[in-house]
Design a binder for this molecule. Sequence first.
Ligand code: BTN
Length: 265
Amino acid sequence: MKETILKLLPQAYPWRQQLLCYDSIDSTNTQAKLLAAQGAAQGTALIARQQTAGRGRMGRSFHSPENGGVYLSLILRPQCPAQSLMHLTCAVAVAMCQAVESASGLRPGIKWINDLVVGKRKLGGILTELSLRPDGTVDYAVVGIGINCCQQAGEFPPELPHATSLAMETGKEIDPCVLAAAMLQALQAMEETLLSRQAAIMATYRRDCVTLGQAVAVHSPAGIRHGTALALDDQGGLTVAFHDGTTQCVSAGEVSIRGMYGYIS
Ligand code: BTN
């Protein structure tokens, strides 16, 4: 797998020496965080054929079977305060739309804040985790992405009725190594403009985001509130007009959204 991915990457890809591939791992994000805490450099990427304990947002698991998806985590070390990275998950989502499009010809949509979708089905997800120094600056960020690539209809477990894969959506076999190489390239390009082109990144996110204009249910510890998603700010905050007449900007750390898609994100 590693040799194939390296052959697919351009020679100019700057993180060639930092690619780690595994047949099976508990979670690429968990292991990336351990490596980052031990000093692994920016650009270290972990790719697995299978995860035995793949993780999603809000403590959920991420189904990660062998011969199913691409499971990838990348260590970044942006030199900035955490407040400057509120848009990181959105930037990764835009990069992954580009990667999927370049590998398969299909451009997914984004269900706020971290899901890649095709129609009403979930194609993949993003889990971003930060470690901060005592002064509030970022020590490292781990961006983890799982994209369902090869599964056929009927291969997802019954508890994932809304899941889909690139094979199911395109009717073609997409080589996971081709997808993985496209993901690495898109992430490396994203890193170059992450802090300097936030407004442009968020403009693309808004274009790809399928949540805007839709009915949403906002789940928080305080309860569930229903409304309509109106707008997205440059930090990834979602403005929701609630049915009780109030309007609020909600952030992904605080709430999850259940909308027309029926599943929680
Ligand atoms: C979600 O759907 O809430 C996010 C899913 C993120 C899954 C990816 S797979 C690679 C990386 N390792 C993990 O354990 N999770 C992320």
